[in-house]
Write a protein that binds this ligand. Structure first.
Ligand SMILES: Cc1c2[nH]c(c1CCC(=O)O)Cc1[nH]c(c(CCC(=O)O)c1C)Cc1[nH]c(c(CCC(=O)O)c1C)Cc1[nH]c(c(C)c1CCC(=O)O)C2
Length: 343
C-alpha cells in the first residue's frame, strides 16, 4: 500500500491533511544552509558535491519534518552540461555565456552528452534515496525549456525575458531548435534522476507567464507535454508536477493538455478560482505567498488555513506560490506547518 502522503495526493486522493513542502526549502534563510555553503565554497561547488548537496537537502527535513525533500541542484546545470559557461555573482544571480543566433544553437553539445557533467547530481539522488526518512518523498527537478532558454539567450535573469522574445521573433526556427535541444537534454536528465531514485519530478517554468497565445502553446505547453510523454513511456509510475508560473487562466488547459499529475499554482492565482476551475482536473499544489514567511503573524495563519480549507475537497499539496526568500524567518515556516496541520 502507498503510505507516503505526497504520492497519495499525486495519485488523486483527497486527504484530511495535505502533504507539505516548500519551494527553495533548502536555502539561505537557514543558518545551517549558510554554514554548509561556506564549507563548499560557492553555490555551484555545493551543487556538484553530492555529500554536501545531500546534506543541505536533508536540513529542512530534519528541522521541519516536511513530507517531501527536493533534490538540491539548479535549473541552470542543464545549460552548463550543454556547453554554456555558467557562474553566479554573489548578491546578483546567475551569469551565462549567451546564445543569440542559429550558430550559437548549433554549437551546443548533443543532448546525449549531458550525463558527463550531471553525474554528480545522480549521486546526490542516490545518497538521498538511502538517507531520507521512510515517509519523505524525494522530488527531482529540471527547468522547463522556455525558462531555461530565457537564461541561455540573455545570459542572466531578466525582468521581461526580452532577449528570448527577440530571438524567437527574429528566427523562430533557430529558437525552436534551441527549445528542442533543451527538451531532449531534460528528458535524459530527469530519466537519470528517476533511475537514481527520484520518486516524483517537477518541471519549473518560472517565466511561462510571459508567453501569450500561440507562443504559450509552442514553447510552454508543447515542450512540457513532450517531456512528460517521454518520461511516462519510460517510467509510467513516476508522477510529474508542472509549474507554469503566472499562466493565469491558461492553468486550466495546461493541467489538462500536458499530462502532468499535478500543477503547481503561483501566488497570483486566487485559491477559490483554482479550486473551482483547475482542481477538478486533478491534484494542485500551492499557493501561499512567500512574503508570509517574512511577515508572519495572524495573517500567515489565516491565509495558510484559508488555502488549506479551500483545496480540502480534492487532491492538494500545500506549498508556497514561489520560493522562500533569504530574509524569511524559520519560525514562520514552523508556524505555517502547524497552521496547515491543525485545520
Ligand atoms: C529560475 C530558477 C533558478 N533555479 C531554480 C529556478 C526555478 C524556480 C524559481 O522560479 O525560483 C530552481 C531551484 N534552485 C534551487 C533549487 C533547489 C531545491 C529547492 O530547495 O527548492 C531549485 C528547485 C537552489 C538555489 N538556486 C540558487 C540559490 C541561492 C544560491 C546561494 O546559495 O547563493 C539556491 C538555494 C541561485 C539561483 N538559481 C537561479 C537563480 C535566478 C538564482 C539566483 C537568485 C537567488 O539567489 O535566489 C535559477
Amino acid at each position: 500500500m502507498m503510505t507516503k502522503l505526497l504520492l497519495r495526493a499525486l495519485a488523486g486522493e483527497t486527504l484530511p491533511t495535505p502533504p507539505i513542502w516548500m519551494m527553495r526549502q533548502a536555502g539561505r534563510y537557514l543558518p545551517e544552509y549558510r554554514a554548509t555553503r561556506a564549507k563548499a565554497g560557492d553555490f555551484l561547488s555545493l551543487c556538484y558535491n553530492p555529500e554536501l548537496a545531500a546534506e543541505v537537502t536533508l536540513q529542512p527535513i530534519r528541522r521541519f519534518g516536511f513530507d517531501a525533500a527536493i533534490l538540491f541542484a539548479d535549473i541552470l546545470l542543464v545549460p552548463q552540461a550543454l556547453g554554456a559557461d555558467l557562474w553566479f555573482v554573489t548578491g546578483e544571480g546567475p551569469r551565462l555565456s549567451t546564445i543569440t543566433d542559429a550558430a550559437g544553437v548549433d554549437a551546443l553539445k548533443p543532448a546525449e552528452t549531458v550525463h558527463e557533467t550531471l553525474a554528480p547530481i545522480y549521486e546526490t539522488v542516490r545518497i538521498l534515496s538511502r538517507e531520507l526518512p521512510r515517509d519523505t518523498t524525494l522530488i527531482g527537478f529540471a527547468g522547463a525549456p522556455w525558462t531555461v532558454a530565457t537564461y541561455m539567450v540573455a545570459g542572466r535573469g531578466t525582468p521581461d525575458q526580452g532577449p528570448a522574445h527577440a530571438f524567437k521573433d527574429a528566427d523562430r526556427a533557430a529558437f525552436t531548435a534551441l527549445i528542442q535541444r533543451i527538451t531532449e537534454a531534460t528528458i535524459l536528465y530527469l530519466s537519470a534522476q528517476i533511475d537514481a531514485g527520484a520518486e516524483v519530478v517537477k518541471l519549473f517554468d518560472s517565466w511561462a507567464g510571459s508567453l501569450k497565445g500561440q507562443d504559450f502553446d509552442d514553447f510552454a505547453l508543447a515542450p512540457t507535454a513532450q517531456i512528460i510523454a517521454a518520461l511516462k513511456e519510460r517510467h509510467p509510475e513516476v508522477p510529474i508536477i508542472a509549474f507554469p508560473r503566472q499562466a493565469g487562466e491558461r492553468y486550466i488547459e495546461f493541467a489538462k493538455a500536458t499530462g502532468a499529475d499535478a500543477v503547481a499554482l503561483d501566488n497570483s492565482v486566487d485559491a477559490d478560482w483554482a479550486a473551482a476551475h483547475v482542481q477538478p482536473g486533478g491534484c494542485v499544489q500551492g499557493n501561499l505567498d512567500p512574503r508570509h514567511m517574512v511577515t508572519g503573524g495572524d495573517d500567515l495563519v489565516r491565509e495558510a488555513q484559508h488555502i488549506t480549507r479551500t483545496f480540502a475537497k480534492g487532491p492538494h499539496i500545500f506549498n508556497l506560490g514561489h520560493g522562500i526568500t533569504p530574509d524569511a524567518d524559520p519560525d514562520n515556516v514552523a508556524r505555517m506547518i502547524d497552521a496547515v496541520r491543525s485545520v
